[in-house]
Design a protein around this ligand. Structure first.
Ligand SMILES: NC(=O)c1ccc[n+]([C@@H]2O[C@H](COP(=O)([O-])OP(=O)(O)OC[C@H]3O[C@@H](n4cnc5c(N)ncnc54)[C@H](OP(=O)(O)O)[C@@H]3O)[C@@H](O)[C@H]2O)c1
Length: 258
């Protein structure tokens, strides 16, 4: 099983949760230290084979090195979890192109390419699964996260069509939508979570548990919690103008509005 973004947050909790199933784990993230200590912890706890490689997946040559490393494994993976993701917080018009480009590459280009490259391997397994970690925001308008939200919108839409294309084959697709989760994500993006009601924020462990259950139940599309699911459902009925007014300052203000 391949898990990207396994060093911390949801990916780390997922690795710890899925380690219990006893399958070999192939982990990756940007930094090596966290990966190496996670692999040690997992091997000691579960006695499973855990191998890892640090790679910047936004970099073409590092991505190639990562794919070659997977191809060289004796036991080919049967599950690919596209979890690595990041965004930045800021008004689109004043965003740096480098931030926009990195967000698009990490959240769109990387999962698409990994799926395409690993499909032949997954086809050769009796049963295989692709898990894409999108976001509840993929179906909602959040100012300051326009590029990230749209990138996750791509991932959800892509997953939905891919699930149809692969229906009836040995490969199934799960698109999972976490709601607000207390990880490094928000601080990395430069966001202030103070105005987000506590009941809407979940732990990475709880979110990972929902993902593991969704994998076991062979679900194709789900959310981390009821409030995220309800929010997306209800927002679908709102007239555009009301939706824009409501979401403009719902949870935060843009940096230049403070
Ligand atoms: N937290 C939330 O509220 C939330 C809500 C909805 C969806 N999500 C999605 O859930 C997934 C996991 O996010 P999280 O909250 O667990 O975030 P996180 O704690 O910031 O972890 C992100 C992971 O992605 C890895 N990563 C970042 N840039 C990378 C790159 N260029 N190459 C390779 N790996 C890279 C990080 O590696 P390093 O640690 O080595 O930097 C880390 O392992 C993401 O796809 C995110 O978009 C999160």
């Amino acid at each position: 099983m391949v898990i990207t973004g396994a060093s911390r947050g949801i990916g780390r909790s997922l690795a710890l949760g899925l380690g219990k199933s006893g399958c070999e784990l192939l982990l990756t993230s940007l930094e090596r230290d966290e990966l190496s200590s996670l692999a040690e912890e997992l091997s000691a706890e579960s006695g499973i084979t855990v191998v890892w490689m640090a790679a910047d997946l936004t970099d073409g040559s590092e991505r190639r090195r990562f794919l070659d490393w997977i191809a060289a494994r004796k036991l080919p993976p049967d599950i690919l979890i596209n979890n690595a993701g990041a965004g930045y917080f800021g008004r689109f018009t004043s965003s740096r192109w480098s931030d926009i480009e990195r967000t698009l590459i990490l959240n769109i280009h990387v999962p698409t390419l990994l799926i395409r490259e690993l499909l032949p391997t997954l086809r050769n397994r009796p049963e295989a699964k692709i898990v894409n970690i999108s976001s509840g925001i993929s179906r909602l308008p959040y100012p300051g996260l326009a590029v990230y939200g749209a990138a996750k919108g791509y991932l959800s839409s892509f997953s939905e069509s891919l699930a149809c294309e692969l229906a009836g084959t040995n490969i199934s697709v799960l698109c999972f939508h976490p709601g607000f989760t207390s990880t490094h994500f928000m601080s990395t993006a430069g966001m202030d979570m103070k105005r987000i009601p506590k009941f809407l924020i979940h732990t990475p462990e709880a979110v990972a548990e929902r993902i593991v259950n969704a994998i076991k139940k062979d679900t194709t599309w789900t959310y981390s919690d009821f409030s995220s699911r309800l929010g997306v459902f209800l927002a679908g009925f709102l007239p555009r103008r009301i939706k824009t007014g409501l979401f403009k300052n719902l949870f935060w203000r843009l940096p230049d509005e403070n």
